[in-house]
Ligand binder design. Structure first.
Ligand SMILES: *[C@@H]1O[C@H](CO)[C@@H](O)[C@H](O)[C@H]1NC(C)=O
Ligand SMILES: *[C@@H]1O[C@H](CO)[C@@H](O)[C@H](O)[C@H]1NC(C)=O
Ligand SMILES: *[C@@H]1O[C@H](CO)[C@@H](O)[C@H](O)[C@H]1NC(C)=O
Length: 234
C-alpha cells in the first residue's frame, strides 16, 4: 500500500515537473533579419569567441516571453495564443519596431529595441494569457541576487509569479547578437558599426530555446500578422 502511494507520488511529481523552455517572440522582417545575421557574422571576425551563430544555429528574434512551461500544456498555450491573436494582430501589424544602439551587458551584446506601447502590449497580453501554464517554482538565477534593491525583490517576485524576471515594467526588448565571455564586445561592436533601422514584424513565433537566450526555431507555431510584410515608409 505505502509502496503504491510512493509510486503514485513519484509519477505525479514527474508529470508536474516535465518542463520545457519556450520563447514566445516576434520575428524580424526578411530585410532586418538578414541585417542582424550579417552583423553577427561580421562580429565573429572581431569577437571570435562569440557563441551566438545567427542564421546557422539560431534565429534573430525579439522575446516577448521566455520561461519554462509544463510540457503537457503546449497545445493549450498554442490555443491561447490563437484565441488572443485578433488582439495581437491588431497591435502588431502596425507596430513600428525601432532598432537603436548596442547595449553590452555582462557577456551579452544586444541590439536595443526602442520600447513602445504596442510592443509592451504584445508582451503583456502574451504573458497574461499563458503564465497559468508555466512550470511552478522556477529557480532564481544567481545574477538576480546581485541586483540592487528594490529591483532585486521585484525581479524575484516576477520569477515566482511569471517564471521570468523580464516582464511588464522589466520588459526590455532587444535582439541578442552576441554572447562572449572572452573578447571585449565594446571594441568588437565599434568595429561592426551597427546602424539604427526599423521594420514591421511579420509574425509571432513560439520556439525552442538554445544556450545564451538563443531561439532555435518557430517549431510550436508562427502566427502571421495581417500586414503582408508591410514595407516601412521613410
Ligand atoms: C495584464 O494583467 C494585468 C494584471 O492583471 C493588467 O493590469 C493588465 O491590464 C493586463 N494587460 C494586458 C495587455 O492584458
Ligand atoms: C521550490 O524549490 C525549492 C528549491 O529549488 C525547494 O526547496 C522547494 O521545496 C520548492 N517548493 C515547492 C513548493 O515545490
Ligand atoms: C573594453 O574596451 C573598452 C574600450 O577600450 C574599455 O573601456 C573597457 O574597459 C573594456 N572592457 C573590459 C571588460 O575590459
Amino acid at each position: 500500500m505505502s509502496h503504491k502511494l510512493v509510486i503514485i507520488f513519484v509519477v505525479c511529481l514527474i508529470a508536474i515537473v516535465s518542463s520545457i523552455e519556450l520563447d514566445i517572440h516576434i520575428n524580424l522582417d526578411p530585410t532586418t533579419n538578414q541585417i542582424a545575421i550579417n552583423y553577427n557574422n561580421l562580429l565573429h571576425k572581431y569577437a571570435p569567441n562569440d557563441q551566438v551563430f545567427l542564421g546557422t544555429e539560431s534565429i534573430p528574434h525579439i522575446t516577448l516571453y521566455l520561461t519554462d512551461f509544463v510540457e503537457e500544456q503546449i497545445p493549450t498555450i498554442q490555443n491561447e495564443v490563437s484565441q488572443i491573436f485578433p488582439l495581437l494582430n491588431q497591435a502588431g501589424k502596425n507596430c513600428l519596431v525601432e532598432m537603436t544602439t548596442i547595449d553590452i551587458s555582462a557577456q551579452y551584446g544586444m541590439w536595443t529595441v526602442q520600447n513602445n506601447q504596442c510592443l509592451q502590449y504584445l508582451s503583456d497580453l502574451v504573458v497574461n494569457n499563458t503564465f497559468q501554464y508555466i512550470t511552478p517554482n522556477q529557480s532564481i538565477p544567481s545574477w538576480v541576487y546581485s541586483l540592487p534593491e528594490p529591483l532585486r525583490d521585484e525581479k524575484i517576485a516576477m520569477i515566482k509569479k511569471y517564471g521570468s524576471p523580464n516582464v511588464f515594467d522589466q520588459f526590455q526588448p532587444h535582439v541578442t547578437l552576441a554572447w562572449d565571455e572572452i573578447d571585449n564586445l565594446t571594441i568588437a561592436f565599434n568595429e561592426v558599426g551597427v546602424q539604427p533601422t526599423s521594420f514591421y514584424s511579420p509574425s509571432i513565433g513560439i520556439g525552442n530555446t538554445g544556450p545564451y537566450g538563443t531561439v532555435l526555431d518557430n517549431f510550436y507555431g508562427t502566427f502571421n500578422f495581417d500586414n503582408n510584410n508591410k514595407i516601412k515608409k521613410n
